[in-house]
Design a protein. Structure first.
Length: 145
């Protein structure tokens, strides 16, 4: 299973459509769940809310600018290898405040998609697209170029 924990609700219809589209595409390959938590103005509160959704045996991936970068092929390989030892990969997208150190310390992998900062709603779509691309790559299906 893949869990994506993110803070705040999407307000823009076009982003909701983007996220829904990729969730449907991914469901053809793997179970996926998007968990939207309330955006707080306190990193400690956000951390407590996030922790409730992290299983003891989850492989936790935090999305951080300082994290490790992958190509799409490397990302696909990472997902494939991780699922050998873990049944659940949990991705955590922080709020505009970032992520509390408590959550960062729970992370098995600190992942960066870029040194750039993205709007959180748009980044959900980017993450989902890369997860979908990884399944296409790992299943030797055309999509990735």
């Amino acid at each position: 299973m893949i869990k994506i924990i993110c803070l705040g609700k999407l307000k823009e219809d076009y982003l909701n459509l983007l996220v829904e589209d990729y969730l449907k595409r991914i469901l053809k390959y793997h179970k996926i769940e998007m968990i939207e938590l309330k955006d707080e103005n306190d990193l400690g509160k956000e951390a407590s809310n996030i922790e409730k959704y992290i299983g003891v045996n989850d492989y936790v991936v935090t999305l951080e600018i300082e994290g490790k970068s992958y190509t799409s092929l490397e990302f696909a390989q990472m997902l494939d290898k991780t699922f050998i030892n873990y049944s659940t990969i949990t991705f955590i997208i922080g709020s505009s405040l970032g992520l509390d150190e408590k959550i960062k310390n729970l992370s098995n992998l600190k992942l960066s998609f870029s040194k750039l900062t993205f709007p959180h709603g748009l980044f959900r779509g980017i993450l989902l697209e890369q997860i979908y691309r990884a399944f296409k790559i790992n299943n030797h299906e055309t999509y990735h170029k």
